[in-house]
Design a protein around this ligand. Structure first.
Ligand code: UGA
Length: 434
């Protein structure tokens, strides 16, 4: 199929590269020329394991190209995916400006087209957006009759860091369709996938996405709350999680307690769903609590350091991990940012390291950074692990302690073996370990 994808963030790029790999003719579109040039030269504009190889394969086989000529390539394709960002505004409401401008562009592109066309929203949007914003906008700008336009909503469930694998091996594909054109087109496109394909109306697809992310976020806040109880009762929460996870109704996934959830999706999506519900006069107590618990976790990490160091002022504290999770350079809503800001406010002398996230973090907070974990932790009074990168899990703890000034080790992600750390001589503290 001839596919155009608007937006070259991680969703657009992974979607485009995966569909090209299936033999479709894909054009990834963006207004940012620099990103398109990178893409066409076989370089991924973002760090995502396996993505660059897939992009290069697509370019080599000529199944994939990038372009800034959005209208032209939309017109020449049969199906257009909208993969633009949907950030939060200051009140947590979803900001639909990119969605609106993408649908206007599509509308303009379709003006001179005589064949049928399907537009599919992949961006995460609050219920009714596809039907009440995207579709009318396209019809208005194109002057098309409704019966020629296919309208679909096909949410993504891609985790940063494993997005390529998630796209190639999904648990399920949700096919939201407002008409027969979109239903047929999407079923044909995903024909080769063996997973469950769930068909529904667009607003259901939109809510499936929000409900899934919000449920996972709530699960994390729930386990963090239980882990905080475990802390004071001398209970190892990891054993509790194991016991809970053995119940197939609960599942062992997403039971890792720690500094809380970050990233470009969970915090934004939980806020957007709560705000959308409130705008429709439904109060969401669960979503509110999920966010409140999450906001609390970074302070617990700071408190752990404070209790051990006595005073934070002028103490050299090394932060290991700036990315919101391992295997990504994404630092959006990273819990490290909150921990670092609190520590700086208390007068700490901060130095940080991250294998991939330092360049991005510099754009949000200017702090001293070291090129390696070894250099960051040298002469530190306290080390705080904020992202469970393998590199940190495999730290030589004896060497680390020898080079440090103090012996306080706070593990915000339960990345290390507590017994080992204590045996080496660390004053080790983590969330959920009694
Ligand atoms: C999330 C969802 O998992 C994807 O299914 C979804 O498609 C994506 O959002 C999106 O909406 O685009 P992502 O944000 O990339 O993916 O990362 P996750 O692996 O879900 O982790 C999110 C946060 O939760 C991270 O900060 C992670 O450290 C934290 N987390 C995760 C925990 O604290 N405990 C856990 O047990 C699992």
């Amino acid at each position: 199929m001839r596919i155009s994808v608007i937006g070259t963030g991680y969703v657009g790029l992974v979607t485009g590269a995966t569909l090209a790999d299936l033999g479709n003719q894909v054009v990834c579109l963006d207004i940012i020329e620099e990103k398109i040039n990178m893409l066409n030269s076989g370089k991924s504009p973002i760090f995502e394991p396996g993505l660059e190889e897939l992009l290069q394969k697509g370019i080599k086989t000529k199944n994939l190209i990038g372009s800034t000529e959005i209208e032209q390539y939309v017109r020449n394709s049969e199906i257009t995916f909208i993969c633009v960002g949907t950030p939060s505004d200051e009140n947590g409401n979803i900001d639909l400006s990119y969605i609106k401008s993408a649908s206007s562009t599509i509308g303009r592109a379709l003006r001179d087209k005589n064949e049928k066309h399907t537009v599919v929203v992949k961006s995460t949007v609050v219920p009714l957006t596809t039907e009440n914003v995207v579709m009318p906008n396209i019809l208005k700008k194109s002057g098309w009759k409704r019966e020629n336009l296919g309208i679909g909503m096909n949410p993504e469930f891609l985790r940063e860091g494993s997005a390529v694998d998630d796209a190639q091996n999904p648990d399920r594909i949700v096919i939201g369709h407002a008409d027969e054109i979109a239903r047929r087109t999407l079923n044909k496109l995903y024909e080769s996938y063996n997973c469950v394909k769930l068909e529904c109306i667009p607003r259901t697809a939109e809510l499936i996405k929000y409900a899934s992310n919000s449920f996972l976020a709530s699960k994390i806040s729930f386990v963090n709350e239980i882990a905080n109880m475990s802390n004071v009762w001398g209970i190892d929460f990891q054993e509790v999680a194991e016991g809970m996870g053995l119940d197939s109704r609960i599942s062992a996934e997403f039971l890792r307690a720690g500094a809380g959830f970050g990233g470009s999706c969970f915090p934004k999506d939980v806020k957007a769903l709560a705000a959308a519900a409130k705008n429709s006069n439904v109060e969401s107590l669960m979503l509110k609590a999920t966010l409140e618990v999450n906001d609390l976790q970074p302070s617990i990490i700071v408190k752990m350091a404070e209790e051990r160091l006595g005073v934070i002022k002028d103490k050299k504290i090394a932060i290991l991990g700036l990315a919101f999770k391992p295997n990504t350079d994404d630092v959006r809503e990273s819990r490290s940012e909150i921990v670092i800001a609190e520590l700086i406010q208390k007068g700490a002398d901060i130095i940080a390291h991250d294998p991939e996230g330092m360049a991005n973090f510099k754009k949000i907070l200017e702090i001293p950074m070291a090129p390696s974990a070894e250099l960051a932790t040298d002469k530190a009074d306290c080390v705080i692990i904020m992202t469970e990168w393998d590199e940190y899990k495999n730290l030589d703890l004896e060497l680390l302690l020898k080079k440090m000034n103090g012996n306080v080790l706070i593990d915000g992600r339960r990345a290390l073996d507590a017994n080992k750390a204590e045996k080496v001589g660390f004053d080790y503290k983590t969330i959920g370990l009694g």
